[in-house]
Design a protein around this ligand. Sequence first.
Ligand code: RUQ
Ligand code: CUA
Length: 694
Amino acid sequence: MKQQSIQISSNRRSRPKPRGRSPRRTLGSVPALGVLLAVMAGCGGGEQASTPAASGSAGGAATIDQIAAQRELTPDDVRAALLTYQPSGRIDDYVLFASGGHSGQVFVIGMPSMRLLRSIAVFTPEPWQGWGYGVGQDILEQGDVEGKPIRWGDTHHPALSETAGDYDGQWLFINDKANARIAVIDLRDFETKQIIKNPIALNDHGGTMVTPNTDYVIEGGQYATPLGWSYAPLSEYNESYRGMVTFWKFDREKGRIDPQRSFALELPPYWQDIFDAGKLVSEGWVFGNSINTELATGGIESGNAPFEAGASQRDADYLHIIDLKKAEMVFAAGKFEKVKDFPVISLQTCIDEGILFFAPEPKSPHGVDVAPKGDLIVVSGKLDPHVTIYSFEKIKKAIADKKWEPEQYGVPVLDLDAVVEARVEVGLGPLHTQFDDKGYAYTSLFLDTQVTRWTLGGDYSKLHPESAWTVAGKINVHYNVGHIATAEGDTVSPDGRYMVSMNKWSVDRFFTPGPLLPQNFQLIDIAQEGDKMQLLYDMPVGVGEPHYAQIIKADKLKPWNVYPQVGWDPHSQQVKADAPTAGKERIERDGNTVNVYMTAVRSHYNPEHVEVNEGDHVVWHITNVDRAQDATHGFAIPVYDINLSLEPGETATFEFTADQPGVFTYYCTEFCSALHLEMTGYLLVKPSQTALAQ
Ligand code: RUQ
Ligand code: CUA
């Protein structure tokens, strides 16, 4: 059906053609709809639905049959609607945490309704959450790169914290590919608590993934530079440029990454791509893939092969196999160097100590995914229609038997035949693989714009009727899928049930809002076996290009409804000793510093007048003393560029120098009550004496 050559560039026009809606059988011709509805909904709707009324438009007194006929809905459409519609007030079963791509944020989406619940502010200032307009700057500044403020991110891979290989609903991590940064989000209040800039890497891609107890957050690099991105000419690429992977130690107690206990491995200047942590039998190991083992340096303007061709010459790149336990010991023993003051275990030490091994992986791989039992590692080659499945057992044996040849940097390359368990031909442009509870694996196909469901062998084959290592079914997606995510898909016990296809192109799926189109998340029902997979819902994402997502059962999350106590400081997650409280409001002057202690409650601030002198340094503390859920107050001062979000109980402190004399009204930016417009006050900045004298 699809005739496509495999190309990685300028191929976007050669997407498979079935655009637009194919002719469909509508419900008008399906007399059994009433039965279907009754069965699907498990309610008494059948009678009404099977009794067509004489006439009428799709509103008013029309029956369900008539509405379906007039809206040209097929039985599949109706099934999809019934499986995704949430009556008002019904909470979704799952929560999807998606990277926000260029928005620099994280999207929180309810499933199966696919409703956007929140965009968590991370790398990019965001006024509604008061992120970067009075508070949050200190955390955003942690992500400054050598003093330069970077106020956006290209977020790729969110990772939920895990306990014993299962999502525990406590923390979320996300990387910024553009500047090699990692953020830590606390899932008690869904707020960013820490941003860390990797001191040795310019950009990252193999982040974030966590080890099964969240001891480490993994961050692998992408495009090679000299470590610390210091200058070296491209002619010295092979000697001076390097790849890396960093293991960030997560301190659960403190809820922060501890850079003092974190370290990196120096890797050859292949472009490390994605990493995944081993689990269960492979716990303590880490797997990563790479592209450009050709060491291409591009330069078409000088007559060189372009990167896309130069980096696609060889039949195989290298699966990186890392003994993290050993690396930890070597780090503890002090066998590391420092780059920009950050501990790096040198490539030679990695080789000498048996920390790093390679295995060949075909062709321009993208995606490396460890199966739920930790026994299999699945790699896709973008330019190979197969997925290659490696056995961890065989990898360990090949290492023990020294079945390897060193490559050009001296890293042992395990014999491919000794470590491969199986190959499955899945289709064109395979990228990422996910797993379910039935022994199926799912691989996204960028070029075929499909997802292939295939069967795992070994223990998993008891879970499905088909024979092992075969394709069980395929489903078209719209269009050009990157990642896919299954419910609890990266845990030791995936749920199955739903998969989300994160499509890069949407083309004709939605109203066209100008030439920049939204991405398309497609919810797919994977609850049934074999080739039965159904597309249920299209969700446009018009705020950036998400990459990966993880899906957690909603009841595993235990977010606070309101902050635990009045005067709560979300940064330290405890009550702040000097937080203003009701009855303790005041303004205190100490030389040129003015401290304002203010409370906010429906529907006023106290105080309502604040007068300072031009040039004063103002330190302004506000507590929202409301305790009702959702009684959030905002606080904005025009010109001074302040906007806070004060959730019930929250206290915040911001500072500014009153360098603009005049009259400034401050007001509440959340519609908190009927008299919310009256929730306002005056900041008077009195001009200095010299100004007054003129
Ligand atoms: S990527 S579409 Cu994870 Cu950044 Cu594969
Ligand atoms: Cu408080 Cu509006």
